[in-house]
Ligand binder design. Structure first.
Ligand code: PHE
Length: 341
């Protein structure tokens, strides 16, 4: 009888069915009323009393092992049936990889600009996108009705001409001057809004990084050197800059800064329109009127300011020809920046 028990135990352990029906068949054969286990139980009644104890324990162990094994096989069959209903048939097939996100090119370039100036000791300042006339225009030396207000077509809010969407992040610089005395050394990244027709080179929303440095004895030479450093860090060691006289109400003297075209190396191409130069920012010495209007002594302090469009820098850096691509979230465009910073 011991041999029969051991043989059955072995068959239970080795049983490996391919379908759920086989498990049920096996259960009936072993555990059913007329099954092998009950046959052994009948036999057990007839064994000698001195063997009862040992064989009884063996039979119990066999019964438990068979019950457990059959229950486990049934559960496994039910799971795989559910999986194949979901269409997952081959559990050894490699899974599909999750795509990881990437930074938007505008964020990449904005972070780079901020990081370059932070190496020169600038800290980041931020301010509201919905502003008032004072912080965007009046405190920056734009008199009322001054035609320079038309340089930037403004979105006004709720028929109240005093509340508007900032047209430049210079408003953050005004807030910094109101709050603190020099030395002030800040960069102001942020979204700005202008009522312009959308085209490949203009959008009604774009991003700027502006900067402001005020201290004793700050000169135009400091401005030039700081911006040359920026150009070289951003566009490479070979980058050269040139400053052309310009006009802004809040700086005097004012300039537009060009950087040598990094696509043709200054020889002239269709991106730089044959000139070898690309315009990248406005800058100048802060007008003493602006310092005084914001509570800073213009006899003691002087400073410079600059401002650039992030989309434009990113276009030049990556050779992007249409500014609208930045706003459309086409992943075929965005994935090209996966490996950047
Ligand atoms: N605020 C100017 C603009 O948005 C840029 C600028 C900033 C020019 C600082 C000079 C100095 O066009």
């Amino acid at each position: 009888m011991t041999d029969k028990i051991n043989d059955l135990l072995k068959r239970v352990a080795e049983f490996s069915p391919e379908a759920a029906a086989e498990v049920e068949e096996f259960r009936i054969k072993i555990l059913g009323k007329k099954g092998e286990l009950n046959a052994l139980m009948e036999e057990f009644k007839r064994v000698a009393p001195e063997q009862k104890r040992e064989l009884g324990q063996k039979l119990n162990a066999l019964k438990n092992a068979a019950t457990e094994r059959i229950a486990a096989l049934k559960a496994a069959m039910a799971d795989s049936a559910a999986l194949s209903a979901e269409g997952v048939e081959d559990m050894t097939r490699p899974g599909s990889a999750d795509g990881i996100g990437a930074r938007h090119p505008i964020s990449i370039v904005k972070n780079q600009i901020v990081e370059i100036f932070s190496r020169l000791g600038y800290t980041v300042a931020e301010g509201p996108e919905i502003e008032d006339d004072h912080h965007v225009f009046s405190a920056l030396n734009f008199p009322p009705e001054h035609p320079a207000r038309d340089m930037q077509d403004t979105f006004f809010i709720e028929k109240n001409p005093d509340i508007l969407l900032r047209t430049h992040t210079s408003s953050i610089q005004v807030r910094a001057m109101e709050r603190t005395q020099p030395p002030i050394r800040i960069v102001c990244p942020g979204r700005v809004f202008r009522n312009e027709a959308i085209s490949y080179r203009a959008h009604c929303i774009f991003h700027q990084v502006e900067g402001l440095y005020i201290d004793e004895n700050v000169s135009f030479a400091d401005l030039k050197q700081s911006l040359l450093y920026f150009a070289k860090e951003m566009f490479g060691e070979k980058a050269a800059i040139r400053l052309r006289p310009s006009y802004f109400p809040f700086t005097e003297p004012s300039a537009e800064m060009d950087v040598s075209c990094n696509l043709c190396g200054g020889k002239g191409c269709n991106v730089c329109k044959g000139t070898g130069w690309l315009e990248i920012m406005g800058c100048g010495m802060v007008d003493p009127n602006v310092l005084e209007a914001n509570g800073i002594d213009s006899k003691k302090y002087s400073g410079f300011a600059f401002g650039m469009g992030v989309e434009r820098i990113a276009m030049l850096k990556y050779g992007v020809k249409d500014l609208r691509l930045y706003f459309e979230n086409d992943v075929r465009f965005l994935h090209q920046f996966d490996s950047a910073l």
